[in-house]
Design a protein around this ligand. Structure first.
Ligand SMILES: Cc1cn([C@H]2C[C@H](O)[C@@H](COP(=O)(O)OP(=O)(O)O[C@H]3O[C@@H](C)C(=O)[C@@H](O)[C@H]3O)O2)c(=O)[nH]c1=O
Length: 188
């Protein structure tokens, strides 16, 4: 397992080892003992799986507010996507900054998006599946969203095309006037 830091404290890229043979490969996509030993202790309680048909589908930027905040461990099951975490912890030195990483079925990379970060992604090829673990269950009354292309956040999305969005995401607000429910150092 390879663990790579990003520019945002707590957001890490995890690449599990793959054992290839004539059948294909085997990989541990999550091993709690190994992750605890690496200082990444999370108690995941829900797995999510979504399919997006069209390249340029954008979901996000989403979070659940405390006390129902979620840490997420994100990977691509089929196809390819650009996965993004945005720091929304009030008082954080990197507030409003983002990191993005290409997660593909081939590269097996996973992005750990802790509580205190908004999460979103853009699919890069047709029929892309995302799979992610969460440390709290769905609590729609605590859901929040920020606009995917807010100029102040300034995410450099890889496809320059009109995105496929949910109505909710198309109407999400930007960072201006946003009163984040997260304080710096918040955990799920
Ligand atoms: C997120 C979620 C949605 N749903 C339902 C509600 C709704 O009817 C349908 C689709 O929901 P959404 O439009 O919110 O799905 P989606 O836009 O894919 O939302 C997801 O986006 C990514 C970026 C995240 O980080 C996730 O936490 C989640 O917010 O699925 C659940 O039953 N459980 C869940 O955990």
């Amino acid at each position: 397992m390879d663990i790579e830091k990003t520019a945002l404290d707590g957001v890490v890229i995890i690449t599990p080892k793959r054992f290839g043979d004539h059948r294909g490969f085997f990989s541990e996509s999550w091993n709690k003992s190994a992750m605890d030993a690496a200082g990444l202790s999370y108690d995941f309680v829900q797995d999510n799986h979504s399919l997006s048909m069209t390249p340029g589908t954008v979901r996000g930027l989403h979070f659940q507010a405390p006390p129902r905040a979620q840490d997420k461990l994100v990977r691509c099951g089929r196809g390819a996507l650009f996965d993004v975490a945005v720091d929304i912890r009030k008082g954080s030195a990197t507030y409003g900054q983002w990191v993005g990483v290409e997660l593909t079925a081939e590269n097996g990379k996973q992005l750990l998006v802790p509580a205190g970060f908004a999460h979103g992604f853009m699919t890069l090829v047709p029929e892309t599946e995302i799979i992610y673990k969460c440390t709290d269950t769905y609590a729609p009354e605590t859901e929040g969203a920020l606009l995917w292309n807010d100029a102040e956040i300034g995410i450099n999305w890889p496809l320059d095309i009109a995105p496929v969005l949910s109505d909710k995401d198309a109407a999400a607000p930007g960072l201006a006037g946003f009163d984040s429910p997260f304080a710096c150092g918040a955990t799920a």
